[in-house]
Write a protein that binds this ligand. Structure first.
Ligand code: COA
Length: 324
């Protein structure tokens, strides 16, 4: 048995922040951001209402509705998030409540930064392949705006908030082929060392490290080197060629990274759908949200062959080949 995606859903916060809006907060411009990243706007949550769990719950409800099933049929929820609202309960447990799943449903979170949704998806596949679950929610949800330094023009322009979810159902099919890689050694170009602590608000050094710290060029170099490589490796492992693939569904971080990947692999850029113009980088929410958009606009069709790939802090980078 393998897990087929039978439903997709996503949620983006109501508030939209354009590049021009950002140029009123930091020394930047629409022209610079567009040229370097392709991003035009991002959605930023109302932190009192649109928490990570709130957005995850709505994305999951929408995915369940899209699948045409009831929340009570779900027997496992795996949620990916780097930015949960609380230490306990897990995001997955809050989704259980939001969708009306029963106490027979197992719930847990994974954190592998931006590739988190792929890690959660592969975990869900393993449960299904082992016969331990039949209908699974795989969620990615982030409130990155809580961890962005809004005075740092090098990072604040990149990120947005949101959530995405897929419903997997056990059925016969071609197993997913995957590769997961990580490097603590190379991780110092993207990190966030401190959790928020209300009683340390006046400790400047501490507060600085509650924000994402990034060496943009190093992350860029890492991405344009490793992403094409891992895609090549996963295609080889699956025994398929790039020509066989309908879409390469990549983490939505930066249009230049996606363009460089397409170029290195000598694949038509038209096979690399993008939503980052509208959303910015939503970390683990980016791939399920993109797939949901592709389904809504008719790009995604049953039986298509897809490669999904992502990269992020840790460092971590994953890729998988699947038949949709
Ligand atoms: N607006 C205007 N100027 C900016 C700017 C902004 N938002 N951010 C940085 N700059 C300036 C820098 O200060 C620097 O100025 P200097 O030459 O006077 O020192 C100049 O632009 C070039 O900075 P640099 O960081 O080298 O730019 P870059 O071409 O590498 O682009 C990123 C910066 C962040 C867009 C790019 O490195 C990137 O996308 N990296 C990957 C990041 C990523 O995807 N992270 C998430 C991974 S999941």
């Amino acid at each position: 048995m393998i897990g087929k995606i039978i439903g997709l859903g996503s949620y983006l916060p109501e508030k939209v922040v354009s590049n021009d809006d950002l140029s009123r907060i930091v020394d930047t411009s629409d022209e610079w951001i567009t040229e370097r990243t392709g991003i035009k706007k991002r959605h930023i949550s109302d932190h009192k209402k649109e928490t990570t769990s709130y957005m995850a719950g709505i994305a999951a409800q929408r995915a369940i509705e899209d699948a045409g099933i009831s929340g009570s049929e779900i027997d496992l929820i795996v949620a990916a998030s780097t930015t949960p609202d609380v230490v306990l309960p897990s995001v997955a447990c809050t989704v259980q409540h939001a969708v009306g799943a029963t106490e027979e449903c197992g719930c847990f979170d994974v954190n592998s930064a931006c590739p988190g949704w792929i890690s959660a998806f592969l975990t869900a596949q393993s449960f299904i392949e082992a016969g331990r679950a039949k209908k699974v929610l795989v969620v990615g949800a982030e409130t990155l705006s809580n961890y962005v330094d809004w005075t740092d023009r090098g990072t604040c322009i990149l990120f947005g908030d949101g959530a995405g979810c897929a419903v997997l159902e056990a059925c016969e099919g071609t197993p997913v082929t995957s590769i997961m890689r990580s490097s603590y050694e190379r991780g110092d170009c993207l990190y966030c060392s401190n959790m928020k602590q209300p009683d340390r608000l006046d400790d400047e050094d501490f507060i600085k490290n509650t924000h994402f710290q990034m060496a943009g060029r190093d992350v860029f170099r890492f991405a344009v080197t490793e992403v094409p490589k891992i895609i090549k490796d996963v295609l080889k492992k699956a025994g398929v060629s790039a020509d066989d693939i309908d879409y390469f569904v990549l983490h939505q971080a930066n249009a230049r990274i996606i363009e460089a990947t397409a170029k290195k692999l000598k694949i038509d850029l038209g096979k690399f759908p993008m939503t980052l113009q509208e959303t910015g980088n939503t970390s683990s929410a980016s791939i399920p949200s993109l797939m949901n958009e592709m389904k809504k606009n008719g790009q995604l069709q049953k039986g298509q062959k897809l490669v999904i790939a992502s990269f992020g802090g840790g460092l971590t980078w994953d890729a998988a080949y699947m038949e949709y």
